[in-house]
Design a protein around this ligand. Structure first.
Ligand code: SDX
Length: 378
């Protein structure tokens, strides 16, 4: 067997063969099943893109209608899941609530039938349909309110925004939200997708796959960065404070949230689209000083770290968009999960098609032949 050099963070090591998405980090290109994200963001919807990723081709009109219909009618969550969520502490993070709820959903569907296409489709539909309802339910219940029932006459994104505060969203806002989900749905072998594939490779159920991926997405180096970006912008507070803040981060070697990427050495193409969406929102719903702070940050970080290939990533502008929509900051990462669940499920399906359990090796750097010391002699 070939012995490979140890690479921290498995940098540059292929963990799977995949035809789901493609990134060119030097040119700033991202494709889903070969289609550029710019085109999908302009012409597609989240559910159509989810279908493309999971089943490999764009759906026909009938296939899309059938998929949308199934998702629409599986949005309600079981009252026992709701009752369980009511017992969660209101101070708990919504990502933890989501991880627990996604795992709990698996308790109701314990019959694992991984070779049956109908089982795969049912699981995909159920997870894509109910995850937004779970996120919205926890948001209301932690404030002491009852969850709002999903509305069958609203499409996927509009219904989620409606379930957050029982107001039908502005159509532009709902469309922009849907585009954000398209941009967040999939991104090759990122940490949470890797986690999903490792879990999938043990042939466990898709609820455990999604729950493990949700747990991985929440960290501040990954999806959790979008929440930290807003906290950082609030802390900076004004355009004049940007430069000293960044200089302080560089002196103390702390990470500037929303910047840098393992693969992109240019500005993340999703950040470019999200920035445009933020501008559309500000034009229609009013200026936001955080946008000026963000733009100044981009300028100063490029000046200081551009030579190292450190530019804004997806998490930098997504928070600004969600904030302008009035969404609470700690829901930004659960929303990332609402989108990414379709990407994880595409990888689950691909992993099952040619499965071999993940079992890498390690470089042992511990001791050998150590004798046991009795406790009274230590
Ligand atoms: C996502 O992988 C994906 O595809 C993820 C994602 C997806 O869609 O799934 O794109 C979503 O997770 C986006 C990333 C969100 N995280 C952040 O915004 C947190 C801040 N960024 C970083 O911590 C960092 O850039 C990572 C985690 C994104 C990437 O980490 P790497 O590849 O391990 O890089 P590194 O930490 O080893 O940094 C390499 C160098 C270091 O300098 P040197 O020691 O070599 O001199 O770049 C510097 C770092 O100090 N650096 C930064 C920086 N990011 C890298 N310096 C300051 N601020 C930063 N943000």
């Amino acid at each position: 067997m070939m012995v490979c050099e140890y690479k921290p963070g498995l940098e540059g090591i292929p963990a799977a063969q995949s035809s789901i998405s493609y990134v060119d980090g030097q040119k700033g290109i991202l494709e889903y099943r070969g289609i550029r994200i710019e085109e999908l963001a302009e012409k597609s919807t989240f559910l159509e893109t989810a279908y493309l990723l999971i089943w490999g081709e764009l759906p026909s009109n009938e296939e899309l209608k059938a998929f949308e219909h199934e998702v629409r009618y599986h949005r309600r969550i079981k009252y026992r899941i709701r009752d369980m969520m009511k017992c969660f502490p209101e101070s708990g993070h919504p990502m933890d609530a989501l991880q627990a709820s996604a795992a709990a959903l698996g308790l109701f569907y314990s019959l694992r039938d991984l070779h049956n296409p109908a089982y795969i489709r049912d699981s995909v539909v159920r997870l894509i349909a109910t995850i937004p309802t779970m996120v919205a339910a926890f948001q209301l219940m932690r404030k002491g309110n009852d969850p709002i029932r999903p509305r069958d006459d609203l499409d996927y994104s509009a219904n989620f925004l409606y379930m957050l505060d029982e107001k039908e969203p502005d159509p532009l806002m709902a469309r922009i939200f849907d585009i954000c989900l398209i941009l967040q749905v999939e991104h090759t072998m990122n940490a949470s997708t890797f986690s999903a594939r490792v879990t999938a490779s043990t042939l466990t159920d898709p609820y455990a796959v999604v729950a493990s991926a949700v747990g991985t997405l929440g960290g501040p180096l990954h999806g959790g960065a979008n929440e930290e970006v807003i906290q950082m912008l609030e802390k900076i507070g004004s355009v004049e404070n940007v430069r000293p803040y960044i200089e302080h981060c560089l002196q103390t070697k702390s990470k500037i949230m929303g910047f840098g990427h393992r693969v992109y050495k240019v500005k993340d193409p999703r950040a470019i689209i999200l920035q445009g969406l933020a501008e559309q929102l500000f034009d229609k719903f009013g200026y936001d000083k955080f946008y000026d702070i963000a733009q100044e940050m981009e300028r100063v970080v490029e000046e200081k770290l551009g030579s190292k290939g450190i530019y804004p990533n997806i998490d930098f502008y997504s928070g600004l968009v969600y904030r302008k929509m009035g969404i609470p900051t700690d829901l930004f990462t659960p929303i990332f999960a609402i989108a990414r669940v379709a990407g994880w499920l595409a990888h689950w399906k691909e992993q099952l098609a040619e499965n071999r359990i993940f079992r890498p090796t390690q470089v042992y750097n511990g001791r050998h032949e150590v004798t046991y010391t009795p406790i009274d002699q230590r």
